[in-house]
Design a protein. Structure first.
Ligand SMILES: Cc1cc2nc3c(=O)[nH]c(=O)nc-3n(C[C@H](O)[C@H](O)[C@H](O)COP(=O)(O)OP(=O)(O)OC[C@H]3O[C@@H](n4cnc5c(N)ncnc54)[C@H](O)[C@@H]3O)c2cc1C
Length: 380
């Protein structure tokens, strides 16, 4: 059993309590792009006169004026929303929750008011980004990686793949939110900037570490190629996923024995393993990954590993991939490790804190003992 994937991704990376942030922060983050709205005071007097001075009428009118004023503040200039600073929390509403597995869902969020997170900073360029979600009762926040946009997505919406951790404060809170509920986010935070000349990427993803893998795949240049090894605990996490390497070997009539032995995969027919073409409907994560692969014209390969089925990403397998991926040419090759804290630590050693920021720290773990064939290791 791969215990590494059981740990919580990013525990060391999470920010501390938000003691300095006032409870009611949403009004501070809102900035108005509009012409000034009518002053509620003058509107109130005028309405009161017309209503003959009835107290009830005044109250009712006040409420209407306030609502109208609010609406004008929020959505003038043809509804152009303003962009929040990365440090400011912004209100978003949960508009969709797609169940991916019994523990994971994809959340779609939409701005709840006239302010949104800097979408350019979030998606553009070579930055791998995340945003922080606030748990309001405890005043703590955790980072979640934004998924690259899908075709049918509204341009202001954000999507996240979030695992509900057992007794997890923020993930538990998010999974309990009903549709329509509001949540506060801030960001984007840049977790890593991909090098300009990035050509070859091997990506070891554990669990929700697939979200940054999708970001990298979406930013791969024309000449780049990427091989994702995605380790999950249960098949339901990657339901419908078919491993490219094995599928290609099988299609060309090659034996998959070598690949199986590299990754310690049992070959008994009654086990569903990494080579299994499940033929089942892909869950939402796999569907997005597969759609992304289609847009990259074969430059992105994915192989799936499932703890429960006895298939693991092994040091032997990674060694072989590093060797095949190596070349004499002077080009940028990356080996990115992303997932729960224990997964990253097992492969590449822990990340570290320095000067209030999380930094890569020295290379440790399994990879420190392997010939990297010129690959630079990045921990996400
Ligand atoms: C840059 C970045 C991006 C990330 N992206 C994603 C993403 O896209 N999707 C995603 O799902 N996650 C992501 N994470 C992880 C996420 O930030 C959270 O760490 C994760 O959701 C768990 O937070 P939590 O508050 O729910 O759990 P926590 O409350 O932090 O608890 C975590 C676990 O520790 C246990 N625990 C807590 N306190 C104790 C204690 N005192 N003793 C023993 N056990 C304890 C809990 O039972 C729980 O199982 C990312 C992290 C980083 C740093």
């Amino acid at each position: 059993m791969n215990t590494a994937t059981k740990c919580i991704r990013g525990n060391i990376a999470r920010p501390t309590r938000l003691c300095s942030i006032p409870l009611q922060v949403s009004c501070c983050t809102r900035r108005y792009t509009s012409a000034p709205a009518p002053k509620p005071e003058s509107g109130r007097r005028e309405q009161a006169r017309r209503a003959g001075g009835s107290y009830t009428s005044i109250l009712a009118t006040l409420a209407v004026s306030a609502t109208a004023g609010w609406a004008i503040h929020e959505y003038t200039d043809a509804g152009t929303p303003s962009v929040a600073k990365p440090a400011d929390f912004v209100r978003y509403a949960v508009v969709k929750k797609e169940e991916v597995s019994s523990t994971c869902s994809i959340f779609t969020l939409k701005p709840a008011a006239g302010t949104l997170i800097d979408m350019d900073g979030l998606y553009e360029g070579r930055a791998i980004t995340s945003v922080q979600f606030k748990q309001p009762q405890l005043q703590i926040a955790r980072a979640y990686t934004v998924l690259p946009p899908v075709e049918e997505q509204d341009p202001h919406e954000l999507r996240f793949l979030i695992r509900k951790e057992k007794n997890g404060e923020v993930s538990g809170y998010l999974h309990r939110l009903p549709l329509g509920a509001e949540v506060e986010l801030r960001g984007p935070s840049v977790d890593y900037v991909l090098p300009e000349n990035m050509r070859k990427v091997i990506f070891l993803a554990g669990g929700t570490g697939i979200a940054p893998a999708m970001q990298v795949a979406s930013k791969l240049g024309q000449e780049g190629d990427m091989h994702i090894l995605w380790a999950t605990r249960h098949r339901e996490d990657c339901e419908g996923g078919v491993s490219d390497t094995v599928a290609a070997q099988e299609a060309s009539g090659w034996s998959t024995l070598g690949w199986r032995s590299l990754f310690g995969i049992a070959s008994s027919d009654d086990r569903r393993d990494v080579s299994a073409a499940t033929g089942q409907d892909a869950n939402a994560s796999v569907a997005q990954l597969e759609a992304l692969k289609q847009t990259r014209n074969g430059a992105v390969k994915v192989d799936y590993f499932v703890d429960d089925e006895g298939s693991f990403v092994t040091p032997k397998g990674v060694t072989e991939l590093l060797r095949r991926n190596g070349s004499e040419r002077d080009e940028c090759r990356l080996l990115i490790v992303s997932g729960p804290e224990g997964f990253v630590k097992y492969w590449a050693g822990p990340k570290q804190w320095s000067g209030g920021r999380e930094v890569q720290g020295p290379l440790g773990g399994v990879l420190s003992g392997l010939n990297l064939h010129g690959h630079q290791v990045i921990k996400l």
